[in-house]
Design a protein around this ligand. Structure first.
Ligand SMILES: C[S@@+](CC[C@H](N)C(=O)[O-])C[C@H]1O[C@@H](n2cnc3c(N)ncnc32)[C@H](O)[C@@H]1O
Length: 206
């Protein structure tokens, strides 16, 4: 069993110390747009993306302790001040700590695919989740989803048009295998090295 790593980093927040919802303007010390990455893994994507967007505040969450630790270490190495990391489950975190209509973008990269048919209901991203998430998005907010798993990519690309009040930024295609300028995550690089294609879905709230 892996031992639990104590994380002592200025980027790391403990949700139980925050208000419900949290006051993100006070936490970051400014009112820049707020963006959420769900399942940040080792933090390579958020570090690269946040370093290109210093005028945006990023929240990176993952319920994997070691991933949060690695993410914080990476942010410190890059001296990034516009990212906060929490070891949190996505739905619980959003419900408890985010004000409605507060997110300018959400990124979900290579979420666990739950490939077995009987496990598919465990997938994070489905129509119910998007219906829940959309209340937390500002008008004009971006939703990015990326997966290497064909069935997951086709499923998300297939149900997104059913969601009222969103436009497909990749139209007329329902998904693409590349978005120029979109940083590759550890899992994307691993899957691409195995010859797999990534399915990118990008929608915007109207
Ligand atoms: C397959 S990994 C991908 C990591 C990273 N995004 C990448 O592409 O390299 C999925 C990550 O999502 C996290 N995760 C899965 N479901 C989650 C949830 N409901 N809330 C928070 N994190 C979650 C897992 O702990 C894991 O680190």
């Amino acid at each position: 069993m892996q031992s639990f790593i104590q994380i002592d980093s200025p980027a790391y927040l403990r949700a139980e110390q925050l208000t419900m919802p949290a006051e993100w303007g006070t936490i970051f010390g400014n009112d820049q747009p707020l963006v959420l990455e769900i399942g940040c893994g080792i933090g390579d994507f958020v570090a690269q993306t946040a370093s290109e967007k210093p005028e945006t505040n990023f929240i990176a969450i993952d319920y994997y302790n070691k991933g949060c630790y690695k993410t914080c270490r990476r942010l410190e190495r890059h001296e990034l001040k516009n990212v906060r990391v929490l070891r949190e489950e996505a739905r619980q975190f959003i419900t408890e700590r985010l004000p409605k209509a507060s997110l300018a973008a959400v990124y979900i990269n290579c979420p666990d695919p739950w490939p077995k048919k009987r496990h598919r209901k465990r997938r994070l991203v489905n129509l119910q989740f998007l219906d829940f998430l959309q209340e937390y998005l500002t008008p004009g907010a971006d939703f990015f989803f990326a997966t290497d798993f064909d069935d997951y990519g086709l499923d998300v690309a297939g149900f997104m048009p059913e969601l009222a009040g969103f436009e497909n930024c990749l139209a007329p295609e329902p998904f693409r295998h590349d978005i120029p300028g979109y940083h590759r995550t550890k899992y994307m690089r691993k899957f691409m090295a195995e010859g797999k294609q990534i399915y990118f879905v990008h929608y915007r709230k109207l």
